[in-house]
Design a protein around this ligand. Structure first.
Ligand SMILES: Nc1ncnc2c1ncn2[C@@H]1O[C@H](COP(=O)(O)OP(=O)(O)O)[C@@H](O)[C@H]1O
Ligand SMILES: N[C@@H](CCOP(=O)(O)O)C(=O)O
Length: 320
């Protein structure tokens, strides 16, 4: 469910007069997504996505996210381009919310990606890292260890309701991360949420990347770790080595990982699994059922955390 704010046809028509998109022919709310309200617009000049930013996106971050999409699109990354209004602005106001129109990308997100799709994602992630290297704005990762700690402080007392023993397990992880989290690895702009729902394909060919609303500055290899978690595990929580090999080979065909990045991959993957477990756990425990935010199962990421804890070397992910 991701239409939290309704938009009346009259006010949308009036809003669109400020943009070079032609006349409104039809529009409908999009069910997919988690954070914001999204609408598909058909106008006399084509299709667009209208996003109304809801409470969990800080308006102060919008120039970074939208500027980044523009920068990447101009460098040949297939991602939405924000549409500039006649007065030169990109961020408007609609139904009391910050609102933006972005270009529509063709393609479908996949429920069951294959190793071929994983290789494409690896290549696209590396291309994104290279294309973002000269983006002039910065945004610290709000969901790095300090941000995880805040989520954990809010959820810890009830964590064992979700999985007995989870509180002690995660406390031990924090102690390890706070002492041993990798430092000094290559860093720059990362997507930070490149899950299958944020990647479009036309057949086996990747057609676009969306949802840059967690993008930030952090370790490139941490973004690779997030993709291993999101793309290379099966529904039974087993790691698919063929997919891992394909994703890593795809990435390294564009941007080779250093020996230090490779060595850090098990810890980064464990940290990334903890990050997604924590946002899911926080929502699971704090958001009322039937509420507006779609709740995702935190236990899927507890399984991944356990898998990564047992990894001895990054070769177990499929690194040559
Ligand atoms: N540029 C785009 N082109 C086509 N569809 C899009 C585009 N942006 C978003 N969508 C659609 O809207 C859905 C939600 O978008 P997303 O950015 O993931 O929202 P949220 O930030 O709320 O999770 C996507 O799953 C996709 O179906
Ligand atoms: N990918 C995250 C949730 C964020 O949702 P999105 O719709 O903004 O991609 C998770 O799986 O926990």
């Amino acid at each position: 469910m991701a239409v939290y704010t309704d938009v009346a046809e009259g006010e949308l028509g009036a809003f669109l007069k400020h943009y070079p998109v032609g006349d409104l022919l039809s529009y409908k709310g999009i069910a997919e997504g988690t954070e914001n309200s999204n609408f598909l617009l058909h106008t006399s000049s084509g299709s667009y996505i209208l996003t109304l930013y809801e409470k969990r996106v800080d308006k102060a971050d919008l120039p970074f996210f939208l500027g980044l999409m523009g920068h990447l699109a101009n460098k040949g990354v297939s991602c939405p381009l924000p549409v500039t209004a006649h007065d030169g602005s990109v961020i408007g106001t609609l139904a009391g919310r910050p609102a933006v129109i972005i270009t529509f990308l063709e393609g479908l997100s996949l429920r069951r990606p294959t190793a071929t799709h994983c290789a494409e994602v690896g290549k696209a992630l590396a291309a994104l890292h290279l294309a973002g290297a000269d983006f002039p704005m910065t945004r610290p990762n709000a969901l790095a260890i300090d941000g995880w700690r805040k989520l954990w402080n809010a959820a810890r007392d009830r964590a064992d309701e979700v999985e007995p023993g989870l509180a002690a397990e995660v406390d031990a992880d924090f102690a390890d991360f706070e002492r041993n989290w990798p430092k000094g690895l290559p860093a720059g702009i990362i997507h930070a949420d490149l899950f299958p729902d944020n990647v479009f394909f036309l057949g086996e060919k990747l057609s676009g990347l969306i949802d840059f609303y967690f993008a930030c500055d952090d370790l490139y290899a941490y973004d690779v770790a997030t993709c291993l978690n999101a793309w290379c595990f099966e529904k039974d929580f087993s790691f698919n080595l063929t997919k891992g090999k394909a994703l890593l080979a795809g990435y390294q065909s564009v941007r080779p990982l250093s020996a230090e990045e490779k060595a850090a991959l098990p810890m980064l993957s464990r940290g990334s699994a903890l990050r997604f477990m924590l946002t899911r756990l926080y929502d699971w425990l704090t958001v009322p059922d039937g509420g507006l935010v779609m709740k995702r199962d935190p236990t899927e990421y507890i399984r991944r955390m356990r898998f990564h804890r047992a990894i001895k070397s990054a070769s177990e992910y499929g690194l040559a």
